[in-house]
Design a protein. Structure first.
Length: 276
């Protein structure tokens, strides 16, 4: 379990020692309805274009699904948005005015763009409640301490998030004994504690039972309007159950966008998936 605690601790450290100037939360200019802009973005690895003049726009509050065969560039796309990878060319903006390419990973996270990796990373020896509590404190930039008392507002927020992730009755459960699905929801809850404007979620239902998948669909759908969520997922049935608009990536570019029906009946998309 020790390997699950590490990434989060690192995250706390970067919150405190990030080098770029923080963007004040809530200062995202979405007056044109778009929360995330990627324009003509290219990324090369040793001459190979993982992203090739990619343009993508995410509306404020929308739930977008991103699909595409292996190697299409989905992970690289998330890496560019979160500042893990620098684009060679193109622009990446958070709202109208915030240039994400001028910010480091910690500053981007602090500004309200967070990412859920495929594997859940929760503190197994802490309870569900304590895991949420820690996320809240990390967000405040305070030194991590479980012993500082929560104020009423903070308690309310934890209760609210417990409700959203459907884990109110599990609040005193140790995270280590949760099911895989429950750990994933808890981690989504931990991200929600930071009240992100944008959440990037990588293959949330991999390894889940059917029941857990349905519950995850409900959970992600319930975030619409409050958070913009970009979901990368291979499970097409799941994508169908949550998708409004689906973006298909292929060879580092957007092949097409549309409803799940439009996408699944598009000859180019069929060809790309058959060729996998
Ligand atoms: P996806 O997530 O859609 O499967 P990726 O974004 O992971 O695709 O990868 C896109 C392409 O870029 C792949 O061909 C992959 O091998 C390559 N790639 C990704 N990251 C690196 C890297 N750090 N070094 C070299 N090649 C990479
Ligand atoms: Mg990937």
């Amino acid at each position: 379990m020790s390997n699950t605690t590490k990434p989060l601790l690192n995250r706390y450290q970067t919150f405190n020692f990030g080098h770029t100037r923080p963007v004040i939360k809530g200062n995202v200019d979405v007056s044109h309805g778009t929360v995330l802009y990627m324009e003509d973005v290219s990324v090369s690895f040793d001459g190979f274009k993982a992203l090739n003049n990619l343009s993508l726009y995410i509306n404020d509050g929308e739930l977008r699904c991103l699909i595409g065969p292996n190697g299409a560039g989905k992970t690289t796309l998330m890496d560019v948005i979160t500042g893990k990878t620098q684009a060679d060319s193109g622009s990446v903006y958070f709202g109208q005015t915030i240039d994400l390419q001028q910010m480091d990973e910690a500053a981007i996270a602090q500004a309200g763009i967070c990412r859920k990796f495929q594997k859940p990373s929760v503190f197994e020896k802490l309870t569900v409640f304590e895991n949420l509590e820690l996320s809240l404190k990390a967000d405040k930039g305070a030194w991590v301490t479980l012993f500082a008392t929560l104020n009423g507002e903070q308690r309310d927020r934890i209760d609210e998030v417990l409700e959203i992730i459907g884990m109110t009755s599990l609040r005193f459960q140790l995270a280590g004994i949760l099911s895989h699905g429950q750990k994933q929801w808890l981690e989504i809850g931990m991200l929600l504690m930071q009240d992100p404007r944008v959440m990037l979620v990588d293959e949330p239902v991999a390894g889940m039972t059917h029941q857990e998948i349905d519950r995850t669909a409900e959970l992600l759908l319930s975030l619409q309007g409050k958070h913009s969520v970009v979901v990368v997922e291979h499970d097409m049935e799941f994508v169908r159950s949550i998708a409004d608009k689906v973006t298909v990536l292929h060879e580092g570019s957007v092949l097409m966008e549309g409803t799940m029906d439009e996408v699944q009946n598009d000859p180019r998309v069929i060809q790309v998936y058959l060729g996998e």
